[in-house]
Structures are given as structure tokens and as C-alpha cells.
Design a protein around this ligand. Sequence first.
Ligand SMILES: [Mn+2]
Length: 334
Amino acid sequence: MTRYASLEGFDLIGDVHGCGATLASLLEKLGYHRRGGVYRHPRRRAIFLGDLIDRGPRIRLAVNIVRRMVEEGEAEIVMGNHEYNALAYCQRAPSRLGREWLREHTPRHNRIIKETLEQYRDHPAEWDDALAWFREIPLLLELPGLRVVHACWDQPLIDALRREHPDGRIDSAFLEASVEHGTFAWQVMDRLTRGTHIPLPEGVTIHSGDGFTRRSFRAHFWARNPRTWGDVVFQPDNLPDDLESRPLTDRERAYLSHYGADEPPLFIGHYWCEGIPSLPARNVACLDYSAVKFGRLVAYRWSGESRLNADHFVWVRVPQEETARPRPWEIDFD
Ligand SMILES: [Mn+2]
């Protein structure tokens, strides 16, 4: 990408989830300054890993900051499962599906998008614009020396996606097909934006810190030769009982993706890590440190290295209720 040839590097930024004031703090800490309503850095660009919306107190601010940066060429972004969910939630379903919306308005789905819809309630045109912008967000980015996806880089699926959608962007037909289990579009959206999950045994559930009950666990994709569930689990909640030592079945192993240690550095979000940022593999960095649960909003300053370095993480701790007082322009960001 010649337009990036003169850059010093990229700052990859994890899941913001509506922590807009914290995002502004992180950008300032990284040396970005707001000029003409847009955060800019003289020698660097930002890359957002998706999941700007839902849960947090300043969702519009988060979307507006990032959207302006992207539109001004100061940043790139990949789509998170929350942007994808919002698109499907707000899109009427074709009659053959026998329901009203592409993503059904179940109590669980309503709860996930609740804060976003509330914060945009008095700004319907702005929400329509945000949705139109979400549609343009690619599912993945591959730049010289680095790769970016929200949850899971699955090369065979990405190769197949690129044959139809070379720039990694989806269209209405793809979005519509993606809500039908088992379609190619469903596989792509599920794996790239949600990653892999292995169902728990019948009757076993995990009561997660976010208040949801889960019947599966999140599995990662960088173990070279995983043998047990414990080798691939990647979430803050422990597996119940002795399930860590439970062997992966052949079917589970075949279902999982694998990202080799010799592949380019890959940046992901999505997985709700906790504590001090660390690298799960030398070429994989996860930047979701539960910002919205008063964890950290985390960036990785990448300057071309092929082996990642945990010293290159930069973060801002998220205060309870994002108590950092918003500045006037944050409230009136229209
Ligand atoms: Mn996510």
C-alpha cells in the first residue's frame, strides 16, 4: 500500500464498546491530536479491531471519533460481531425467512444492543448513517507485514471470501444469507467475527461475569497441536469441573482453525482478556482487555516488527462508569 509507505507504523486499538471518553484519552496518550474534528498523528495511522458499539456510556462518541478518522484516511477498521449484529438486527428479513428482522428481537439480542439504541434514540438520522457506515467496514485487513480481524483468521474461509469480495466487504445479499445457519456467508461471519466455540456437555453451563449464561466456550486458534479443551480455551471464565483435561475429539480438532507460528503478526480483539496485556503467541496479539468492564482500553504500537513485543502495548485504565468528565465537545458531538 503505497499510501502508507512513509508511515512509521500503525497503532492497533482494541474493542471500545462505547467507552468514547477513554478512547479520546488513549488516542492522546498515543500522540494523536484533534484537528478539524479528527484525531490525527503526523507519522502513524490507527487500526480499530471492531466492536465500537454496545454496553458503554458514550457509544455515539466512540463511533463518531472512529468514523471521522476512517473517512479522513487517519484510520482503518475491521468489523466486529457487535456491528454485524446491529446491521442484522436493524434489517427487515425477506418473507421466506418467516420472521420480521434478520436478527430476531429476542430478549437476549435486545439486551445486547439496548444501550446503543437508547443512546441513538434522539438521533435517528445519525444511527441510520452509522449503520450505512458499518456496512462498508471490511471483515479483515491484510497490510504489508500484518493482518487484522476481529476474532479469528481462517485462511481457507478468507481465500473463499476474497474470490467474491476481494476487499473483504459484505453486501446486502451476503448479510441476508449470513443469518441462515450453514450457508457460506454464515460460516464467514461466525468465524471471522465470533471465532470458534466448543459446546459444553449436556447440562453444563458457564455463568459469565457479564451476566450471560453460556453453553459453549471460546476456543483459540494458535495452539500447534492441541490435545485437550484446556489447550484451546481462551476466555476469562474457567471451564467447570475437570473439563480442562477433557480430550478434544477428532471432530472438534477438525472444526478449529489454526494460525501457524511462522505467519505474519495478527491482531484480534473480541476475547475479553483481563489484567496486564500479554501476548498469547509471538505472532498474535489480542487487544480486548474488557474496557467496558472497567478493565483497560489497549493499543499495540506496531512499527514493522515480525515478532511482537509485549513492551509495545499501551493502555488506559477505564474508570468506574467512565467517570472522567466529558468535555463539552464530547457531549455536543454532532
Ligand atoms: Mn467481539
